[in-house]
Design a protein around this ligand. Structure first.
Ligand code: BG6
Length: 312
């Protein structure tokens, strides 16, 4: 009798263990896999569907690579530095880091430049395969002790990434606190270009803050060429840009965010950036869409702010 009871109990425990292990293993839709990035320790989700190939790091929910398959030859729209070390809490240079809840340096020099969102590990909440065989991935970042120490608010930030023949990013921020808060943010996109032939359209007639001289100027030229170090904030824009460059298809950007930052470190500044090696500054331009400078946003209690960015 005792023997029978023992056997039933052992079998019951085994079955429960199998069930538990199965529920812990994530299952992904077809075309999705989670792995370590190359030979590094960085956790990434790889999207490989009939429209595109994309790599997204859990750190920062940062898109590292986006290759639409319709362009011939398929070329990465994004630049990713070969000088990254991929160490914990260090921002990844390249792809599309998200700057939040502030843009640029903080008045407290001990706080991370461009906010904490790009350094945190996000939760991948959901991955859906659409009828047209594209994928939608949802990532989430919430407040915790670490974020509270540098930004004392409760919030939830959701980033939805639609990987189709274009890349669509949706930013949704909800204020869960008992007080309203201000925030700025930007998608700090690094685009893969040949800098010497790059022309950026969509900025003519707009006023910009030159961060190198601390002056405000008006852009009269039809397009911007990068011929020296450039660090400009255009606070109010129309949200439509085209980046043209030799050997890559024109990059078309549309967004409902108001501001854009254009940045390239050029020769001297690059030497100070340990994660930009050789002369790799010649291969990217940052066109960073968001709400920065005078476009600072106030979010009331229980309110949600949402913004979109589309890269074609
Ligand atoms: C740009 C800023 O957005 O980011 C620059 O306008 C800054 O001033 C650059 O140098 C890079 O910042 P970081 O923190 O990624 O090295």
């Amino acid at each position: 009798m005792w023997w029978l009871f023992y056997c039933v109990l052992t079998r019951y425990t085994q079955l429960n263990l199998i069930k538990k292990t199965r529920s812990m293993q994530k299952t992904y839709p077809i075309g999705i896999r989670q792995e370590k990035y190359l030979t590094t320790n960085l956790d990434v989700i790889v999207v490989d569907n009939q429209h595109c190939y994309a790599v997204i790091a859990l750190q920062g929910a940062q898109v590292l690579s986006f290759i639409p398959k319709k362009t011939m030859p398929p070329t990465d729209r994004l630049w990713l530095s070969r000088g990254n070390q991929y160490t914990i809490n260090k921002a990844i240079r390249g792809g599309i880091p998200l700057c939040f809840p502030w843009f640029g340096p903080h008045s407290n020099p001990n706080y991370p430049s461009h906010g904490f969102a790009r350094n945190k590990i996000w939760q991948c909440e959901d991955i859906r395969l659409e009828h047209d065989q594209s994928h939608i991935l949802k990532f989430k970042l919430g407040h915790d002790e670490e974020t509270h120490a540098v930004w004392p608010y409760k919030f939830v930030l959701e980033l939805t990434i639609h990987c189709a023949d274009t890349l669509q990013l949706d930013f949704k921020l909800t204020n869960l606190d008992t007080a309203k808060f201000d925030f700025t943010f930007a998608w700090h996109s690094y685009f893969n270009v040949d800098l010497s032939s790059t022309e950026i359209y969509g900025l003519q007639g707009l006023s910009y803050i030159d961060q190198l001289t601390n002056t405000t100027n008006l852009q009269s030229e039809q397009f911007l060429m990068i011929e020296r170090e450039v660090d400009r904030i255009y606070p109010q824009t129309h949200g439509e840009y085209v980046i043209q460059s030799k050997a890559v298809e024109p990059i078309k950007i549309t967004t409902n965010t108001e501001s854009v930052v254009v940045w390239n470190p050029w020769i001297e500044k690059s030497k100070k950036l340990s994660d930009v090696i050789d002369e790799d500054w010649k291969n990217f331009v940052c066109v960073e869409n968001g709400q920065v400078a005078t476009a600072v946003q106030t979010l009331d209690v229980n309110q949600t702010a949402s913004y979109q960015l589309n890269i074609a």
